[in-house]
Design a binder for this molecule. Structure first.
Ligand code: OGA
Ligand code: ZN
Length: 383
């Protein structure tokens, strides 16, 4: 793993492997934390790197009994249960640097309506690793990417989706057609404007990533909108912490109804992870129903919802662009909200195809590419 590390490992006492941070503070690594990271053939299956022993079975008072550094960047450890293991300092430091709940992938870079350089790239069916990595970096930092030149053929959205992850099929099908139809089973399939929303908040889990491919737009309307929900939530947290708290703790009920489906799920409009960091936005003004709370509590909720919604719809946060024939936008449905302006079907056809893929596909692919690059680097160095 490559990572910017401002720490080092050193031997303190004969039984203490110390993690020393840049400011000189040193913490001994817990023996159990080290023991469960042993990477030898007794401790784990070498192919899968899955552990062969349940760490709860290690002695609770396990200790380090001997330490040595046979080579730079390598530590040899003997534990009180008799097990001996070698550790790469780089691996241990990379593990130690992972903040609780974080991913070892490019972190989100929040944006607002002043974002000018939209991540627009020419799509390719077989991108080189470097190009694919650049696409993934855009997607992971900004939460979206726009591909140009995706052939305007039905089904291409599934092909592009498969480059990044596994399709998430729903009651709308593996692929859904977004065009104005009579007797539509979703307002997306009409010509009305759609305010900023996340898709399918009534589903558990929600679809992580959405792709929309424009096959044709002959109308002058139907502009696409995107908003970085994390940026809006963060601004609310700074300006109106109480409103933020209410939206992060109110379980709103979302529901969807069709002849053969009745889906409901409860989620706070702003979902936090266990560390208090933003995890997902659940927001769709067409589908949300707050439970019946006492009047004062409802007043406070409606005020918070209004503040959030008005920011979500404000030009300060929104970007607006036209998807031309052959353009495809892929976005993080947990972080970004999307919408469109209305259009007049009498002007011509507007036909998009959409699909969902799971949220973790791009991060998995990013790590695979990184591993491949590191391995190639190692081979070059050893040649
Ligand atoms: C959708 C949707 C936007 C559009 O299908 O979920 O929001 O541009 N469509 O039609
Ligand atoms: Zn939508």
């Amino acid at each position: 793993m490559t990572m910017q590390l401002n720490a080092r490992l050193r031997i303190g006492a004969p039984d203490e492997l110390l993690l020393e941070s840049a400011d000189g503070r040193a913490e001994p690594l817990h023996p159990l934390w080290l023991r469960e990271r042993c990477r030898d053939a007794v401790s784990m299956d070498l192919r899968t790197q899955q552990r062969l022993q349940d760490p709860s079975d290690f002695a609770p008072d396990l200790k380090v009994t001997a330490l040595s550094q046979p080579a730079p960047g390598v530590f040899h450890v003997t534990f009180s249960d008799g097990h001996q293991a070698s550790f790469s300092a780089a691996d241990i430091l990379a593990e130690a640097a992972l903040a609780p709940g974080s991913h070892d992938c490019p972190a989100p870079r929040l944006w607002d309506g002043s974002l000018r350089d939209l991540p627009r790239v020419r799509w390719r069916s077989e991108p080189a690793d470097d190009e694919l990595r650049a696409w993934l970096e855009s997607f992971l930092t900004l939460g979206f990417i726009i591909f140009e030149g995706v052939p305007s053929e039905p089904g291409m959205v599934l092909k592009v989706g498969a480059q990044f992850g596994f399709t998430r099929e729903t009651n709308f099908g593996a692929l859904f057609n977004v065009r104005s139809t009579p007797d539509a089973n979703d307002l997306a399939y009409t010509s009305i404007a759609l305010d900023a929303h996340t898709d399918n908040p009534y589903r558990t889990p929600v679809p992580g990533i959405q792709l929309l491919h424009c096959l044709v737009n002959q109308t002058s309307g139907g502009l696409s909108t995107l908003v970085d929900g994390f940026a809006v939530a963060q601004a609310l947290r700074n300006r109106e912490p109480e409103a933020f708290r209410i939206l992060a703790t109110t379980p709103v009920r979302f529901k969807y109804l069709d002849t053969d489906a009745e889906l409901t799920a409860s989620a706070p409009p702003i979902e936090l992870d266990v560390t208090g960091e933003l995890r997902a936005i659940h927001f769709s003004p067409r589908l949300d129903f707050v439970p019946l709370y006492p009047r004062a509590q409802l007043e406070a909720y409606y005020r918070a919802r209004r503040l959030f919604d008005h920011s979500l719809r404000a030009p300060d946060f929104e970007i607006r662009f036209l998807l031309k024939d052959g353009d495809l936008v892929m976005f993080d449905n947990c972080r970004l909200l999307h919408g469109r302006s209305g259009f007049d079907p009498a002007e011509g056809l507007r036909h998009l195809q959409g699909c969902y893929i799971d949220i973790d596909g791009p991060r998995s692919l990013y790590r695979v590419l990184r591993r491949r690059r590191e391995r190639a680097g190692e081979l070059r160095r050893s040649a």
